[in-house]
Design a protein around this ligand. Structure first.
Ligand code: UDP
Ligand code: MG
Length: 315
């Protein structure tokens, strides 16, 4: 098998068949074989019903993995990659926002340029509000400052890996999978190519601001311990400020005899120090929580069903 397409699907009933048609059309006459691996991420609509039909028809080699519940796109990517048998492995969404034609280009880059091991597409222009793009830019600036792995701003999950890279990604068994960080962490030389996302073919996006915000925090916690150091800096700063202020108060009393009533100062300081302490405990709590969850060593996903095909007949 030359190429495996890994397609995570959550409530994409209207899109899966259209997606497959688009793939078949895009790969017509490409001269190599490919398979589609759909991962049904615990969809609540007719996605699995439609995937069963696609699997039965086998218009092109189709595998389906279905999850026992919704585990998230990251788990879907992981499960799909584990099933892939291709020399190249591509990640693409089911909603046709990412044109399958571009995968052909990615494959030809990997075939022609041995110096690259990954081809990743980045959005050349974002179709989102100014607020959201400001949030995303700030996130990339922050995580690239805090973490030793460097993330390419705007690079999406729409990418193609050589098999060796996919195997390295699979060897990372962490439970909280922040794919962008994982892709950067495993290294390898990546060729970035631009793409313009299309409108979603049907259905709605599964992201909202709250989910994005939590995802951003997971990314930072997962790939940097710098926030833990923040409490050391904050603590040192307040200790120095407190000592200086102590001298000021004592000198004022000794030299000019001014006895400051200080009610407001005390309240402000109590609130300030209290909130700093809570903030630092919160940061530590994030890491303890993640460690706790990882220490349970639970699987990234639970498969309910795996529909395979007889690979010997499609060689
Ligand atoms: N997806 C998934 N599990 C989830 C959420 C999303 O497998 O819990 C899939 C979804 O079906 C789609 C892809 O991930 O194929 C990208 O999701 P979406 O289109 O909602 O994200 P957007 O393109 O808006 O960033
Ligand atoms: Mg989408």
């Amino acid at each position: 098998m030359r190429l495996s397409l890994v397609v995570p699907c959550y409530n994409e009933a209207e899109n899966v068949a259209a997606f497959q048609n688009a793939v078949i059309k895009a790969f017509e006459g490409c001269g190599y074989d490919y398979e589609i691996i759909y991962v049904d991420d615990g969809s609540k609509d007719a996605t699995m019903h439609n995937l069963r039909k696609l699997h039965k028809a086998q218009l092109c080699p189709v595998k389906v993995v279905s999850f026992s519940r919704n585990f998230g796109k990251e788990a879907g990517i992981y499960a799909g990659m584990a099933q892939a048998s291709g020399d190249y492995i591509s990640l693409i969404d089911a909603d046709l926002q990412q044109r399958p034609e571009l995968l052909r280009e990615m494959v030809s880059i990997l075939e022609e340029k041995p110096e690259y091991d990954v081809v990743a597409a980045y959005q050349d222009r974002r179709r989102e509000s100014k607020f959201l793009s400001f949030f995303k830019r700030s996130f990339y600036a922050l995580i690239n400052r805090l973490s030793s792995v460097k993330l390419q701003p705007d690079a999406s999950d729409f990418r193609t890996f050589r098999r060796s890279v996919a195997e390295s990604i699979l060897s990372l068994k962490e439970y909280h999978r922040f794919s962008k960080g994982i892709f950067a962490w495993v290294g390898f030389d990546t060729c970035y190519i631009p793409y313009t996302p299309c409108e979603r073919a049907a259905g709605v996006t599964k992201w909202n601001f709250r989910k994005l915000f939590n995802y951003a925090i997971d990314g930072i916690i997962g790939f940097s311990t710098a926030p833990l150091r923040l409490s050391v800096y904050l603590g040192s700063f307040t200790a120095v400020a407190a000592v200086i202020y102590l001298f000021v108060v004592v000198l004022q009393k000794l030299i000019s005899g001014i006895d400051i009533p200080g009610y407001a100062t005390i309240i402000v300081l109590i609130l300030l120090l209290g909130s700093m302490q809570l903030f630092c405990i919160g940061i530590i709590g994030e890491y303890v929580g993640k460690t706790f969850e990882q220490s349970k060593d639970r699987p990234v996903y639970i498969p309910r069903e795996v529909l395979s095909y007889d690979e010997t007949t499609t060689e």
